[in-house]
Design a binder for this molecule. Sequence first.
Ligand SMILES: C[S@@+](CC[C@H](N)C(=O)[O-])C[C@H]1O[C@@H](n2cnc3c(N)ncnc32)[C@H](O)[C@@H]1O
Length: 367
Amino acid sequence: MSKNKKYKFTFIDLFAGIGGFHLSMESVGGKCVFASEIDKFARQTYEANYKQSSPEIFDNGNFNEDITDENLKYEDIPEFDILCGGFPCQPFSHAGLKKGFGDTRGTLFFNIQEIVHSKIKANQKDKSISVPKILLLENVKGFKNHDKGNTFKTIKNVLDDLGYDMNAEVLNSKHFGVPQNRERIFMVAWNRDLIKVEKFNFPFGIDNDGKVIFDKEKREQLAKEVKVGDILLKKEELELLEKEANKTYTISERLWAGHQRRRVEHANKGNGFGFSSFNENSPYTSTISARYYKDGSEILIEQNHIEGRPNRPRKLHPIEAARLQGYPIDNGFIIPVSDNQAYKQFGNSVSVPVVKTIAQEIIKQLL
Ligand SMILES: C[S@@+](CC[C@H](N)C(=O)[O-])C[C@H]1O[C@@H](n2cnc3c(N)ncnc32)[C@H](O)[C@@H]1O
């Protein structure tokens, strides 16, 4: 969005990563007034992609590094309508240590609470300062059941005390036009004094005509048909990129042997772990995670049927990882970092089409 174009609402982007929320909110007329991201490399990607559209946040000291920084006074954060935040999920995910609120990363939710609270307090003193209208939060699917549901209950209660009603749903990226099986919980909260609605109707997918699916039971049947081939580079494109970078995305003989050995070991033990491989006809891949750079085992692309390619599978190219998360990599999105950092960033991110669809509904139903 150009600098001078009129915007419909303002938002802040917390735990911003590479800006999945930023892109989505901007696409429905939002203007970012503050962002926060601690990771040096994610900050590079963020700046490379949003400096042109949102120069103010970079020029005016509103691209914060650490949201817990004592020098950051929450009352100095510019006023905003919507708070977006996929707060760090390690403490809540099965892969993490399940520490929840006992871990500082789990307590980062309370920084969200404090930011909203500081704006409410400011409004009580000076009515010209606005109160945040909406919060859009994201976390791993297991978040709702963490600590027997107590973590989720705590968050709902905190929001309730602040004056916000909240609805939550687990959505799957594969129903939103990207071939990835990625289930994430989305929480939409609205200030009940400012917005008089009973509930937020979550979008559950997009159909072949681009229409939103609201019937959860029908999403499997109605969702736009996609396949892994939609995000893959053509053989010649991949070969050119490999040649230019002087590297290959095909996994080594040794790694492939290790993956196959572990699969047999796991199968013998009766569990389903091990590598997962896909080809262009697969309906979706498994979830890309921040650990993808390690050995790529969660998503390998089969090559044994492609003439001229090695007989072992390959990892995704970062361009493919970007497409798998719905980033506009073919329309100007820039990856200024190494492949490993890029995998980490796309693995940590939200799927853009999911958040775009939620954002559209937030505008329609709540703003
Ligand atoms: C799950 S990722 C969110 C990704 C983001 N939603 C996106 O679309 O790319 C969480 C992010 O929070 C960042 N983070 C963790 N602690 C932070 C802190 N104290 N202050 C600011 N950012 C932090 C991490 O570096 C990570 O990029």
